[in-house]
Design a protein around this ligand. Structure first.
Ligand code: GLU
Length: 335
């Protein structure tokens, strides 16, 4: 009780001091906003879960903007990832988002999960504009060593983390399972973030997890250190089918030793992570954001290995939607 009262006194004191300080600030003249230098520019960066790669890279981007753009107040937000981020851009709630290039293409064109004929298909998401593609996001299928899962076919009847609600991972999981003629009716799907999937794998609550992210992915690195997990390959013929059916998949190898206990190269598919801005983003701001990123690549590289993949020469490889004019202006200037 005494403790409560002390807390209350402290709270009231702080509130009063705060009010006093505010009261001492000279009032702006003529009702105009007080001039505190450049106008504040809020930049909300939509990333993914904390166990992924979008999140630390988004944090590094926020730092770059805050240090290099006048008045910038940038923040990286944790989200459900790609599909949730499309919505945040459409709704004007994010000024920059990390999104898989396959998902931004489906969204812009109104196909696949955005097909308006579908129950939840939202139709064309025309406010998306491209800034740059960044790095390959690899579809990593992680199985518990005791699950008996050595190939995707073995997933039938098992409990599988298919990605968070609103993630691009979840779309990839569905497409890859379908390529093996497996649907969600054949497995028990669990919609988990990467960090939740890792915890559940460790505790034996799920048998395997799909993780679409740049490698090494923190959630997999962490679980491979404490549990017996393996990476499940996608077979070469299925990789070929996926590439035919979905133009944004490429075949990739996860090098041996990427994770603890992984002694062999693992074949799978990848898409690209890309940066997306809203069409109505101020042209100068889009230009300044692009310039700031390309002039501070070392900050991105320090945040995650995959941050080092952003390069002017490859920034338009796999670009699946039109560029923002402010971004185009920057590329025209430096090329
Ligand atoms: N590509 C993932 C998704 O959209 C997120 C990856 C990450 O968080 O690094 O589902």
């Amino acid at each position: 009780m005494i403790k409560m009262n002390r807390m209350l006194v402290l709270f009231i004191t702080l509130t009063l001091v705060g009010a006093l300080i505010a009261g001492c600030t000279p009032a702006p003249e003529n009702g105009e906003e007080e001039d505190v230098g450049a106008e504040t520019v809020f930049i909300s960066i939509a990333t993914g879960g904390t166990g992924g790669v979008y999140y630390p890279l988004g944090g590094a981007m926020a730092k770059i903007f805050n240090e290099n753009i006048d008045g910038a107040n940038a923040n990286a937000e944790a989200t459900g990832a790609s599909i949730a981020n499309v919505q945040l851009i459409e709704d004007g709630d994010a000024q920059l988002a990390l999104i898989q290039n396959d998902i931004s293409y489906y969204a812009f064109e109104g196909i696949e999960m955005y097909d308006e004929e579908l129950d939840e298909g939202k139709g064309k998401q025309l406010s998306l504009r491209g800034m740059a593609t960044v790095y390959p996001e690899t579809i990593q299928i992680v199985a518990h060593g005791d699950s008996g899962i050595e190939s995707v076919e073995d997933m039938v009847g098992k409990k599988i983390a298919v990605g968070d609600v609103g993630s691009g991972t979840e779309a990839n999981a569905r497409q890859i399972l379908a390529a093996y003629n497996i649907t969600y009716d054949d497995i028990t799907p669990d919609y988990l973030s990467f960090a939740e999937a890792a915890d559940n794998l460790r505790d034996g609550h799920i048998d395997a997890a799909f993780i679409t992210a740049g490698f090494p992915t923190a959630a997999i690195t962490e679980i491979s250190q404490v549990s017996n997990v393996t990476l499940v390959p996608v077979s070469q013929d299925v990789i070929a089918d996926l590439k035919t059916d979905y133009p944004f998949y490429t075949g990739v190898e996860i090098p041996a030793g990427t994770y603890k206990g992984q002694d062999e190269v693992v074949n799978t598919v990848a898409v690209m992570a890309m940066l997306v801005v809203p069409a109505d983003l101020d042209e100068d701001l889009a230009y300044n954001m692009t310039k700031a990123l390309f002039e501070n690549l070392d900050v991105l590289a320090a945040a995650h290995d995959r941050g080092a993949d952003l390069k002017l020469e490859t920034a338009l490889d796999g670009m699946s939607i039109p560029l923002h004019p402010g971004v185009q202006k920057y590329f025209d200037e430096v090329n």
